[in-house]
Ligand binder design. Structure first.
Ligand SMILES: [Zn+2]
Length: 502
């Protein structure tokens, strides 16, 4: 099935009701791995952060990372889940080269957290409740790199490289109950859910949850049922969708694809799908039938986890203000609409703007720079805002230079460009590039005089009352000062010198 065979979104929704299930894996930000003392720092040379335990060598024994368990409980509590009084790890048995033990240590029928919900706010302010089935602890696998093929996939590769640094890094898998009743808004709900979850994880301080770095990955399960039916259709599982926008697009594409298959009398195949960023389509991965059996059994080398109720209550008391509550508070403080707040959330800019105001900028300028110039740059470079090499302190400094009149907007953009290019702090960039606004009244006055002299006809028009014509003279002065003058001040000077009221 190709993209051109899709049923239009409107037609699909006129006939079918989508049912979604979202599975999100979050890599915890613990210093060490889940079952051994190996470091979790990103970017180390391949296979330098490994030990007999995470390589599954004979005789090695795992030990549970207490911070990992604590983080799992915090996530469970923030998702309004019940926390198990007693639960165990389980072995999920299967072979894959990136998994040295031949099983993944996970949880099966005894998750640490279960039966919760997360309320998510849609762009128009409506709140949609997403019910949570479970949140369980497990470990990440290693990483395979396929070399020699065109697409980085295993097909066509000449050989593969394995890095086990990631093997054993703690993961929390959060699984929703089937999400029904969202109708045409299903893709929006999926995106809003992942966005809200990301904010929640960050607020809890258990992970940076940076999707572009794979610290948070989403599988989008989707099926359709005829409107009015209560029987779920066959689902597809689109794996490892790595941005909010992609989550929305993947859900939308699958709705249209399923509808096309069903409307033409076909049968949806239960399979995994790969999502393609370039055209927003998905393609078939491996067939998955329900008979898949991982031979789960309780992990014999680890003691059960039995968090005391006192500990759980202590963690509950320590939970931070929840992101949705905080956003509503900030939205009122900043005096902006639901829609604007939603855009800020989707851009991952809430904390950046808060930090920028804490560094001295007013909220309006902080918002302007992060959601304008910087969002544009992040989009161009295909990274999240937080990954740009500029800090809230830098942005606050740029805003301050604009506020005091040392920079105009154009020069401020050049300053930001310099900071992003690694030329130093805003002050250093202004210095090196010579970006100060010409605020020397003498120099400015001279430039204005020259502009009036060489544009005598326009000057006469202005004297005669055509104030609008002043724009041409402002332009001439800005050109003469290479854009480094304060345009408003230039206009004032021109009118003053021509003896006209602004
Ligand atoms: Zn290790």
């Amino acid at each position: 099935m190709t993209v051109t065979d899709l049923v239009s979104y409107e037609d699909a929704l006129a006939t079918y009701e989508p049912v979604m299930g979202l599975e999100v894996h979050v890599e915890l930000g613990t210093k060490t791995k889940m079952f051994c003392g190996c470091s979790t720092t990103l970017g180390a040379d391949a296979n330098t952060q490994t030990c007999p335990t995470c390589l599954g060598l004979p005789g090695s024994l795992p030990v549970v990372n207490a911070t990992g368990v604590e983080s799992a409980i915090k996530i469970g509590l923030a998702l309004n889940c019940s926390i198990a009084e007693w639960c165990r790890f389980a072995r999920k048995n299967y072979f894959y080269p990136d998994m040295p033990k031949n099983f993944q240590t996970s949880q099966y029928d005894e998750p640490i957290a279960f039966d919760g919900y997360l309320d998510v706010q849609l762009e128009d302010g409506e709140v949609f409740r997403v019910e949570i089935e479970r949140a369980h602890m497990e470990e990440d696998t290693g990483k395979s790199t396929h070399v020699g093929g065109a697409t980085g996939r295993i097909h066509g590769a000449s050989h593969s490289l394995l890095d086990y640094n990631r093997a054993g890094i703690p993961l929390i898998e959060i699984v929703t109950k089937p999400i029904k009743g969202a109708g045409e808004r299903a893709p929006e709900v999926a995106k809003a859910y992942v966005a809200e979850l990301r904010e929640l994880i960050k607020a809890l301080g258990v992970s940076e949850a940076r999707m572009e770095m794979g610290q948070m990955r989403c599988d989008v399960n989707l099926s359709l049922m005829p409107k009015g039916s209560e029987t779920f259709g066959t689902r597809s599982e689109t794996k490892n969708v790595n941005s909010l926008r992609s989550v929305e697009r993947a859900a939308r594409f699958e709705i249209q694809r399923h509808a096309a298959v069903l409307s033409s009398g076909g049968t949806v195949v239960q399979e995994t799908r790969h999502f393609h960023e370039d055209d927003g389509s998905t393609t078939a991965g491996r067939i998955k039938d329900n008979a898949e059996d991982y031979r789960y059994f309780p992990e014999p080398d680890l003691v059960p986890v039995a968090p005391s109720r006192e500990w759980v209550e202590e963690l509950r008391k320590g939970l931070p203000e929840l992101p949705r509550v905080r956003r509503n508070r900030l939205r009122e403080e900043w005096g902006i609409s639901e829609h604007d707040m939603q855009s800020i959330l989707n851009a991952g800019a809430v904390d950046l703007i808060v930090a920028t105001t804490e560094a001295g900028a007013d909220a309006a300028s902080a918002r302007k720079w992060w959601m304008g110039e910087l969002a544009r740059r992040a989009n161009e470079d295909g990274v999240e805002l937080a990954a740009l090499p500029i800090t809230p302190v830098d942005v606050a400094r740029v805003a301050a230079l604009v506020a005091e009149g040392s920079l105009n907007d154009k020069l401020a953009r050049q300053t930001i460009e310099g900071v992003l290019a690694g030329e130093g702090t805003p002050d250093e960039v202004v210095d090196k590039r010579g970006l100060k606004v010409v605020s020397d009244e003498g120099a400015l006055g001279k430039a204005v005089d020259e502009a009036i002299e060489s544009n005598a006809a326009i000057a006469d028009k202005i004297r005669g009352g055509k104030v609008a014509a002043a724009g041409a003279l402002v332009g001439a002065v800005m050109k003469a000062t290479r854009g480094q003058a304060d345009a408003a001040r230039v206009r004032e000077l021109i009118l003053e010198k021509l003896g006209v009221e602004g």
